[in-house]
Design a protein around this ligand. Structure first.
Ligand code: ADP
Ligand code: ZN
Length: 624
């Protein structure tokens, strides 16, 4: 854990004990964790602050607690309706006066919300950045006492970030309208450059910045090369991976809508409860699908990136990338949706050379400034270099985020089974030279034929080139691995060329560094492992060890889960906003006999005790 300008503990707010009590009473959490106490202290004392905490790190508490303690309404700017709905619902369940103003809220409700805000009856008000920019919102807010302004997913303000939203740009002006209201920016993903940009754009120059460690020790990460170009085999690999995790809740990310529906169908044919989700479904359909995913045990969401932000299901046990994401930020955020409850979970990424080509091509087609495009291109390359690299995965990502002292995790595929690598500088130089001398006009196979001197009916122009037949040290497969690795490192790029791909030289500076022997090229040996492989998985995501519970504890857990399902469907909310699995397991294990015993269990705050205490005790009784 590290943070800029971190002050000594003695400087924590005098109101912190009060905040701790509130955390216990409303959320049922024993204490603040990580940097929460420091962040909450700043804002409690009326100072601006920025918090960079990993997904699942508990960012929302950082502004929700002070919003309740400080006089006035806490204004939360949040980029997605799903995110707002979830948080507001969870807060209401806890007995906190929270509301949201988004396009889905009727006129009548709106008036009621504004009235409550003016009368000081509201603790938290969630709005979208567009909502804030439009019409009368700012005017109406001017009449209301604000306790703080929170900007959630603050990386959206930066064009150096991976999820830039122009609407966020105007949020910097809030300081003019509300000069005395402390502001807090929170995000899960921001490298140093993005952080500086957030501070400048939101005009948070004086804010203290807290950056938590990005370690997610409960996640076991792995990445596997796809078998060259075969979609059916990739689908089969996904099916196999999901079947090995039968009964567990998971997410499978696909790069396209078509792919998403195809994989979902393949999974359903194989007997999995798979649900497709992408932006091609209308809002109502998407909501229904999301609800099913949240409510049904062991459901697998097969989705494009349209799914995710704001979906806080705590017990997702695995995230599989059938197609890789576009950056390390997106990767960390997406795999971060697994294991939010802190229990073991897995992140598995399948990637291939055609994926990097596709990612780069998609960037080409997007309307953005050349400068932004270059940043995004570099991000794609850094992601693939990690996936195809031989370094501990979390360590590589954490270093990328600026944690220079990150140590190997000990549980990822690389740590568990360190791949042998070989120094491939010379083969890399030969391959790059061959691509260049052949005029950057040919595909991989043709280059390999050239290097190994196997070109059929070779013409004199080719056999006279100095790279002809100089690659006898490697087999055809060996060369394929080297070329693929050069693609993943961005030293070569593949141009799809309407189905007849050709390879060209990549980043000129990097290529020169290889020619001069200044850049190391390490290729894995033997790479291209077959994707579907029978091998024991260390630590493969237990479902909170539910399987390992004694029969009677298990019976109580099932009874509690049925009770929860009924409460959830009555209120049309996801089951976990009532109680998380982790809390139900705790209850099943400790068998509380009274409301006060129940109230001592982590995750059972006063609001929930009042609402559900009796129901829980009854459900326990009925299991006895
Ligand atoms: P983020 O928005 O950073 O991804 P959340 O605010 O959704 O994270 O919190 C993630 C999980 O951590 C939630 O299940 C929440 O209940 C839990 N949590 C947050 N703060 C604490 C705490 N101090 N102690 C225990 N659990 C916490
Ligand atoms: Zn590792």
């Amino acid at each position: 854990m590290f943070s800029a300008n971190r002050r000594a503990k003695a400087d924590l707010s005098p109101r912190l004990p009060e905040a701790r009590k509130l955390l216990k009473r409303v959320w049922g959490h024993g204490d603040f964790r990580g940097l929460q106490a420091e962040v909450v202290s700043e804002i409690l004392d009326g100072r601006d602050v920025m918090a960079v905490l990993p997904t699942g790190g508990g960012k929302s508490v950082c502004y929700q607690v002070p919003a309740i303690l400080r006089p006035g309404v806490g204004l939360v700017v949040s980029p997605l309706i799903a995110l707002m709905t979830d948080q507001v619902e969870a807060l209401k369940q806890q007995g906190v006066a929270a509301a949201r103003l988004d396009s889905g809220v009727s006129m009548d409700e709106r008036s009621a919300i504004w009235r409550a805000a003016r009368n000081g009856e509201l603790d938290l008000l969630y709005v979208s950045p567009e909502g804030l920019a439009a019409g009368s919102m700012l005017e109406r807010l001017a009449d209301i006492e604000l306790s703080l302004i929170a900007i959630d997913e603050a990386h959206c303000v930066s064009q150096w970030g991976h999820d830039f939203r122009p609407d966020y740009r105007s949020l910097g002006r809030l300081v003019e309208f509300f000069p005395h209201v402390p502001r807090i920016a929170v995000t899960a993903t921001a490298d140093a450059r993005t952080r500086d940009d957030i501070l400048a754009s939101l005009r948070l120059e004086g804010a203290r910045v807290f950056v938590d460690s990005f370690a997610r020790p409960n996640l076991q990460l792995s990445a596997e090369r796809k078998i060259n170009g075969s979609r059916a085999r990739t689908d089969a690999a996904v099916v196999e991976l999901v079947r090995e995790r039968r009964g567990k809740s998971g997410v499978v990310y696909c790069g396209s809508r078509d792919g998403c529906e195809r994989v979902a169908q393949t999974l359903r044919d194989a007997g999995t409860n798979a649900i497709a989700y992408h932006a091609g479904f209308d809002a109502k359909e998407r909501d229904q699908r999301l609800e099913r995913f949240l409510a049904e045990d062991g459901a697998v969401m097969v989705a494009t990136i349209a799914f995710g932000m704001g979906v806080d299901k705590p017990d997702v046990r695995f995230v599989i990338h059938a197609d890789p994401p576009g950056s390390l930020e997106a990767y960390w955020q997406e795999i971060g949706r697994a294991g939010r409850d802190g229990e073991p979970a897995e992140g598995i990424t399948l990637y291939g050379p055609s994926d990097i080509a596709w990612s780069l091509r998609r960037l080409e087609g997007r309307p953005m400034a050349e400068e932004v495009k270059q940043v995004q291109t570099r991000k794609v390359r850094q992601l693939f270099a990690m996936l195809d690299g031989a370094a501990c995965r979390p360590q590589a990502v954490r270093r990328y985020f600026g944690e220079q002292d990150a140590q190997p995790c000990g549980v990822c595929d690389i740590c568990g089974d360190p791949p042998a690598t070989f120094d491939a500088v010379i083969p890399a130089q030969k391959a790059l030279a061959a691509v260049q001398r052949m005029g950057e006009r040919y595909g991989k196979n043709r280059i390999i034929d050239h290097l190994t001197g196997r070109t059929k009916d070779v013409q004199p122009w080719e056999s006279q080139i100095s790279t002809w037949g100089i690659g006898t040290e490697l087999s055809v497969n060996g060369w394929r691995d080297v070329l693929d690795h050069l693609l993943f490192e961005g030293l070569l790029v593949e141009d799809p060329n309407e189905g007849m791909p050709i390879v060209r030289l990549g980043d000129p500076e990097a290529v020169r560094a290889v020619y001069r022997g200044e850049r190391a090229v390490q290729v894995r040996k033997p790479p291209a492992r077959v994707v579907v492989e029978d091998r024991p998985r260390r630590n493969a995501g237990r479902n909170l060890a539910v399987e390992a519970l004694d029969t009677d504890v298990r019976a109580r857990f099932e009874s509690l889960r049925n009770w929860r399902r009924d409460r959830a469907s009555e209120q049309r909310v996801p089951p976990y906003v009532i109680f998380q699995d982790k809390t139900l397991v705790e209850i099943a294990l400790s068998e509380p006999r009274s409301l006060s015993e129940l109230g001592r269990i982590a995750g059972v705050g006063a609001g929930k005790l009042e609402r559900y205490g009796k129901g829980v005790l009854d459900a326990l009784q009925s299991a006895a």
